[in-house]
Design a protein around this ligand. Structure first.
Ligand code: NAP
Length: 256
Protein backbone atom coordinates (compact mmCIF):
# COMPACT_ATOMS: atom_id res chain seq x y z
CA UNK A 1 0.00 0.00 0.00
CA UNK A 2 2.63 2.52 1.04
CA UNK A 3 5.06 1.81 -1.78
CA UNK A 4 2.22 2.11 -4.30
CA UNK A 5 1.28 5.45 -2.71
CA UNK A 6 4.91 6.71 -2.80
CA UNK A 7 5.14 5.77 -6.47
CA UNK A 8 1.81 7.41 -7.29
CA UNK A 9 2.93 10.71 -5.72
CA UNK A 10 6.51 10.51 -7.07
CA UNK A 11 8.02 10.44 -3.56
CA UNK A 12 11.53 9.03 -3.12
CA UNK A 13 10.51 6.97 -0.09
CA UNK A 14 10.42 3.22 0.53
CA UNK A 15 8.42 1.14 3.02
CA UNK A 16 10.08 -2.05 4.30
CA UNK A 17 9.02 -4.80 6.69
CA UNK A 18 11.26 -5.75 9.62
CA UNK A 19 10.51 -8.83 11.68
CA UNK A 20 11.15 -7.65 15.26
CA UNK A 21 11.17 -10.42 17.91
CA UNK A 22 8.97 -9.95 21.00
CA UNK A 23 10.78 -7.89 23.64
CA UNK A 24 13.00 -6.09 21.10
CA UNK A 25 11.05 -2.85 20.70
CA UNK A 26 13.69 -0.69 22.43
CA UNK A 27 16.37 -2.04 20.11
CA UNK A 28 14.19 -1.46 17.05
CA UNK A 29 13.59 2.15 18.12
CA UNK A 30 17.32 2.72 18.71
CA UNK A 31 17.95 1.36 15.23
CA UNK A 32 15.30 3.68 13.79
CA UNK A 33 16.98 6.70 15.40
CA UNK A 34 20.45 5.65 14.23
CA UNK A 35 19.33 4.94 10.68
CA UNK A 36 17.26 8.12 10.34
CA UNK A 37 14.07 6.23 9.48
CA UNK A 38 11.17 8.70 9.18
CA UNK A 39 8.36 6.56 10.54
CA UNK A 40 7.17 3.14 11.58
CA UNK A 41 4.01 1.09 11.41
CA UNK A 42 3.75 -1.13 14.47
CA UNK A 43 1.75 -4.32 14.80
CA UNK A 44 1.12 -7.04 17.38
CA UNK A 45 2.80 -7.82 19.74
CA UNK A 46 4.61 -4.46 19.76
CA UNK A 47 1.83 -1.85 19.90
CA UNK A 48 1.77 -1.64 23.70
CA UNK A 49 5.54 -1.81 24.37
CA UNK A 50 6.02 0.88 21.70
CA UNK A 51 3.95 3.28 23.83
CA UNK A 52 6.78 3.14 26.37
CA UNK A 53 9.60 3.43 23.84
CA UNK A 54 8.77 6.69 21.99
CA UNK A 55 9.53 10.22 23.24
CA UNK A 56 5.98 11.53 23.26
CA UNK A 57 2.47 10.13 22.77
CA UNK A 58 -0.56 11.64 21.04
CA UNK A 59 -3.54 11.95 23.41
CA UNK A 60 -5.25 9.00 21.69
CA UNK A 61 -2.18 6.74 21.85
CA UNK A 62 -1.87 7.73 25.51
CA UNK A 63 -5.52 6.89 26.23
CA UNK A 64 -5.23 3.52 24.45
CA UNK A 65 -1.76 2.72 25.80
CA UNK A 66 -0.89 1.52 22.30
CA UNK A 67 0.97 2.88 19.28
CA UNK A 68 0.48 1.70 15.69
CA UNK A 69 2.36 4.57 14.01
CA UNK A 70 5.62 6.31 14.92
CA UNK A 71 6.45 9.69 13.40
CA UNK A 72 9.86 11.43 13.61
CA UNK A 73 9.42 15.17 13.97
CA UNK A 74 11.89 17.70 12.47
CA UNK A 75 13.81 17.81 15.77
CA UNK A 76 14.24 14.04 15.72
CA UNK A 77 11.73 13.36 18.50
CA UNK A 78 9.68 10.19 18.04
CA UNK A 79 5.92 10.62 18.46
CA UNK A 80 3.65 7.62 19.04
CA UNK A 81 0.28 7.83 17.31
CA UNK A 82 -2.65 5.47 16.93
CA UNK A 83 -4.53 5.54 13.62
CA UNK A 84 -6.50 2.30 14.09
CA UNK A 85 -9.62 3.92 15.59
CA UNK A 86 -9.60 7.02 13.35
CA UNK A 87 -8.99 4.72 10.34
CA UNK A 88 -11.96 2.59 11.37
CA UNK A 89 -14.16 5.70 11.61
CA UNK A 90 -12.98 6.98 8.21
CA UNK A 91 -13.83 3.59 6.74
CA UNK A 92 -17.29 3.59 8.36
CA UNK A 93 -18.21 7.09 7.23
CA UNK A 94 -16.39 7.38 3.86
CA UNK A 95 -16.76 3.83 2.54
CA UNK A 96 -19.93 2.58 4.24
CA UNK A 97 -21.84 5.84 4.80
CA UNK A 98 -22.43 4.83 8.41
CA UNK A 99 -22.38 7.55 11.08
CA UNK A 100 -22.06 5.96 14.55
CA UNK A 101 -23.65 8.96 16.30
CA UNK A 102 -26.72 7.79 18.21
CA UNK A 103 -26.31 4.18 17.05
CA UNK A 104 -26.12 0.97 19.10
CA UNK A 105 -22.89 -0.95 18.59
CA UNK A 106 -21.63 -4.39 19.64
CA UNK A 107 -17.90 -5.14 19.56
CA UNK A 108 -16.73 -8.74 20.05
CA UNK A 109 -13.17 -9.08 21.34
CA UNK A 110 -11.08 -7.28 23.94
CA UNK A 111 -7.63 -6.88 22.38
CA UNK A 112 -5.89 -3.92 20.78
CA UNK A 113 -8.26 -3.61 17.82
CA UNK A 114 -11.30 -3.75 20.09
CA UNK A 115 -9.84 -1.02 22.31
CA UNK A 116 -9.26 1.27 19.33
CA UNK A 117 -12.70 0.64 17.82
CA UNK A 118 -14.63 0.95 21.09
CA UNK A 119 -13.02 4.28 21.93
CA UNK A 120 -13.54 5.57 18.37
CA UNK A 121 -17.24 4.65 18.42
CA UNK A 122 -17.78 6.26 21.82
CA UNK A 123 -15.89 9.42 20.78
CA UNK A 124 -18.04 9.57 17.63
CA UNK A 125 -21.20 9.74 19.75
CA UNK A 126 -22.52 6.16 19.68
CA UNK A 127 -25.60 5.73 21.87
CA UNK A 128 -24.28 2.45 23.26
CA UNK A 129 -21.12 0.40 22.86
CA UNK A 130 -21.54 -3.16 24.16
CA UNK A 131 -18.35 -5.21 24.47
CA UNK A 132 -18.39 -9.03 24.50
CA UNK A 133 -15.43 -11.36 24.93
CA UNK A 134 -14.06 -14.42 26.68
CA UNK A 135 -11.84 -12.86 29.38
CA UNK A 136 -14.03 -10.80 31.77
CA UNK A 137 -11.31 -8.49 33.15
CA UNK A 138 -10.16 -7.50 29.66
CA UNK A 139 -13.74 -7.00 28.46
CA UNK A 140 -14.50 -4.71 31.44
CA UNK A 141 -11.40 -2.64 30.76
CA UNK A 142 -12.34 -2.20 27.10
CA UNK A 143 -15.95 -1.27 27.92
CA UNK A 144 -14.64 1.35 30.37
CA UNK A 145 -12.85 3.10 27.48
CA UNK A 146 -16.29 4.01 26.13
CA UNK A 147 -17.22 5.86 29.33
CA UNK A 148 -20.94 6.24 30.05
CA UNK A 149 -22.08 4.62 26.79
CA UNK A 150 -19.95 1.48 27.32
CA UNK A 151 -20.99 -1.73 29.01
CA UNK A 152 -20.15 -5.44 29.12
CA UNK A 153 -22.48 -7.72 27.19
CA UNK A 154 -22.71 -10.98 25.25
CA UNK A 155 -22.57 -11.75 21.51
CA UNK A 156 -26.24 -12.75 21.55
CA UNK A 157 -27.07 -9.03 21.95
CA UNK A 158 -26.08 -8.54 18.31
CA UNK A 159 -29.77 -8.61 17.41
CA UNK A 160 -30.30 -5.20 19.07
CA UNK A 161 -27.23 -3.59 17.48
CA UNK A 162 -27.09 -1.32 14.40
CA UNK A 163 -23.37 -2.10 14.03
CA UNK A 164 -21.68 -5.40 14.89
CA UNK A 165 -17.86 -5.56 14.84
CA UNK A 166 -15.71 -8.68 15.09
CA UNK A 167 -12.43 -7.71 16.73
CA UNK A 168 -11.23 -11.27 17.33
CA UNK A 169 -9.14 -13.39 14.93
CA UNK A 170 -12.05 -15.85 14.51
CA UNK A 171 -12.49 -16.48 10.79
CA UNK A 172 -8.94 -15.55 9.76
CA UNK A 173 -7.64 -17.53 6.78
CA UNK A 174 -4.82 -19.97 7.51
CA UNK A 175 -5.54 -20.30 11.25
CA UNK A 176 -7.27 -22.93 13.40
CA UNK A 177 -10.16 -20.46 13.81
CA UNK A 178 -10.67 -20.06 10.02
CA UNK A 179 -14.19 -21.51 9.99
CA UNK A 180 -15.47 -20.02 13.25
CA UNK A 181 -18.12 -17.33 13.81
CA UNK A 182 -17.73 -14.78 16.65
CA UNK A 183 -21.51 -14.20 16.68
CA UNK A 184 -24.34 -16.67 16.04
CA UNK A 185 -25.73 -15.54 12.68
CA UNK A 186 -29.27 -16.06 13.97
CA UNK A 187 -28.84 -12.63 15.62
CA UNK A 188 -27.94 -10.88 12.36
CA UNK A 189 -30.34 -9.46 9.78
CA UNK A 190 -31.52 -6.62 7.54
CA UNK A 191 -30.76 -3.05 8.62
CA UNK A 192 -27.50 -3.98 10.33
CA UNK A 193 -23.92 -3.27 9.30
CA UNK A 194 -21.54 -6.10 10.21
CA UNK A 195 -17.80 -5.37 10.05
CA UNK A 196 -15.33 -8.21 10.41
CA UNK A 197 -11.95 -6.62 11.18
CA UNK A 198 -10.25 -9.74 9.79
CA UNK A 199 -8.88 -8.47 6.45
CA UNK A 200 -8.29 -11.85 4.82
CA UNK A 201 -10.19 -13.67 3.29
CA UNK A 202 -12.31 -11.10 1.44
CA UNK A 203 -15.47 -13.01 2.36
CA UNK A 204 -14.91 -14.18 5.92
CA UNK A 205 -17.31 -16.75 7.43
CA UNK A 206 -18.98 -13.90 9.38
CA UNK A 207 -19.37 -11.73 6.27
CA UNK A 208 -20.86 -14.66 4.36
CA UNK A 209 -23.25 -15.63 7.15
CA UNK A 210 -24.33 -12.03 7.81
CA UNK A 211 -25.03 -11.38 4.12
CA UNK A 212 -27.04 -14.61 3.92
CA UNK A 213 -29.19 -13.21 6.76
CA UNK A 214 -29.75 -9.94 4.88
CA UNK A 215 -27.26 -7.72 6.75
CA UNK A 216 -24.72 -5.46 5.06
CA UNK A 217 -21.31 -7.00 5.77
CA UNK A 218 -17.69 -6.20 4.94
CA UNK A 219 -14.26 -7.36 6.04
CA UNK A 220 -11.44 -5.35 7.64
CA UNK A 221 -9.59 -4.28 4.50
CA UNK A 222 -11.19 -0.81 4.52
CA UNK A 223 -9.98 -0.13 8.06
CA UNK A 224 -6.52 -1.40 7.14
CA UNK A 225 -6.36 0.97 4.17
CA UNK A 226 -7.64 4.01 6.08
CA UNK A 227 -5.37 3.53 9.11
CA UNK A 228 -2.47 3.31 6.64
CA UNK A 229 -3.66 6.42 4.76
CA UNK A 230 -3.71 8.42 8.00
CA UNK A 231 -0.17 7.23 8.83
CA UNK A 232 0.97 8.17 5.32
CA UNK A 233 -0.25 11.72 5.83
CA UNK A 234 1.52 11.97 9.19
CA UNK A 235 4.83 10.87 7.69
CA UNK A 236 4.80 12.71 4.38
CA UNK A 237 2.52 15.69 5.10
CA UNK A 238 0.67 14.82 1.90
CA UNK A 239 -2.87 13.57 1.39
CA UNK A 240 -2.75 9.80 0.81
CA UNK A 241 -3.97 8.38 -2.50
CA UNK A 242 -6.51 6.11 -0.82
CA UNK A 243 -7.79 4.47 -4.02
CA UNK A 244 -4.22 3.57 -5.05
CA UNK A 245 -3.54 2.09 -1.62
CA UNK A 246 -6.77 0.13 -1.63
CA UNK A 247 -6.05 -1.32 -5.10
CA UNK A 248 -2.53 -2.31 -3.99
CA UNK A 249 -3.88 -4.06 -0.88
CA UNK A 250 -6.50 -5.93 -2.91
CA UNK A 251 -3.90 -7.00 -5.49
CA UNK A 252 -1.59 -8.25 -2.75
CA UNK A 253 -4.35 -10.24 -1.04
CA UNK A 254 -5.35 -11.75 -4.38
CA UNK A 255 -1.79 -13.06 -4.83
CA UNK A 256 -1.76 -14.86 -1.45
P1 NAP B 1 -5.32 -9.15 20.09
O1 NAP B 1 -4.87 -7.92 20.79
O2 NAP B 1 -4.51 -10.39 20.18
O3 NAP B 1 -6.82 -9.46 20.61
C1 NAP B 1 -7.54 -10.55 20.13
C2 NAP B 1 -8.86 -10.65 20.88
O4 NAP B 1 -9.58 -11.76 20.33
C3 NAP B 1 -8.70 -10.91 22.38
O5 NAP B 1 -9.69 -10.22 23.09
C4 NAP B 1 -8.89 -12.41 22.47
O6 NAP B 1 -9.45 -12.84 23.69
C5 NAP B 1 -9.90 -12.67 21.38
N1 NAP B 1 -9.80 -14.04 20.90
C6 NAP B 1 -8.71 -14.63 20.35
N2 NAP B 1 -9.00 -15.90 20.03
C7 NAP B 1 -10.29 -16.12 20.41
C8 NAP B 1 -11.16 -17.23 20.36
N3 NAP B 1 -10.75 -18.41 19.86
N4 NAP B 1 -12.41 -17.08 20.82
C9 NAP B 1 -12.82 -15.91 21.35
N5 NAP B 1 -12.05 -14.82 21.42
C10 NAP B 1 -10.79 -14.92 20.95
O7 NAP B 1 -5.49 -8.87 18.54
P2 NAP B 1 -5.96 -7.52 17.83
O8 NAP B 1 -4.79 -6.73 17.40
O9 NAP B 1 -6.99 -6.88 18.68
O10 NAP B 1 -6.62 -8.09 16.50
C11 NAP B 1 -7.89 -8.71 16.52
C12 NAP B 1 -8.38 -8.92 15.10
O11 NAP B 1 -8.53 -7.65 14.46
C13 NAP B 1 -7.42 -9.72 14.22
O12 NAP B 1 -8.19 -10.52 13.38
C14 NAP B 1 -6.70 -8.67 13.40
O13 NAP B 1 -6.31 -9.14 12.13
C15 NAP B 1 -7.79 -7.63 13.25
N6 NAP B 1 -7.26 -6.28 13.06
C16 NAP B 1 -7.60 -5.66 11.91
C17 NAP B 1 -7.15 -4.39 11.69
C18 NAP B 1 -7.53 -3.73 10.40
O14 NAP B 1 -6.99 -2.66 10.11
N7 NAP B 1 -8.45 -4.31 9.65
C19 NAP B 1 -6.35 -3.72 12.64
C20 NAP B 1 -6.04 -4.39 13.82
C21 NAP B 1 -6.51 -5.68 14.00
P3 NAP B 1 -8.72 -12.62 25.11
O15 NAP B 1 -9.09 -11.22 25.51
O16 NAP B 1 -9.29 -13.66 25.96
O17 NAP B 1 -7.24 -12.78 24.85
Amino acid sequence: MHNAAFRALGLDWVYLAFDVPPGEVEGAVAGMRALGIEGLSVTIPHKEPMAGAVDVLSPLAQALGAVNTVVRDPRGRLRGENTDGPGFLRFLTDDEGFDPAGRRCLVVGAGGAARAVVKALADAGAAEVVVAGRTPARVEAVAALAGDCGRVGVPAEAGEADLVVNATPLGMAGTDAAGQLPVDDAHLGPGQLVVDLVPNPAITPLVEAARARGAMAVNGLGMLVHQAALAFRMWTGQEAPVAVMSAAALADLARR
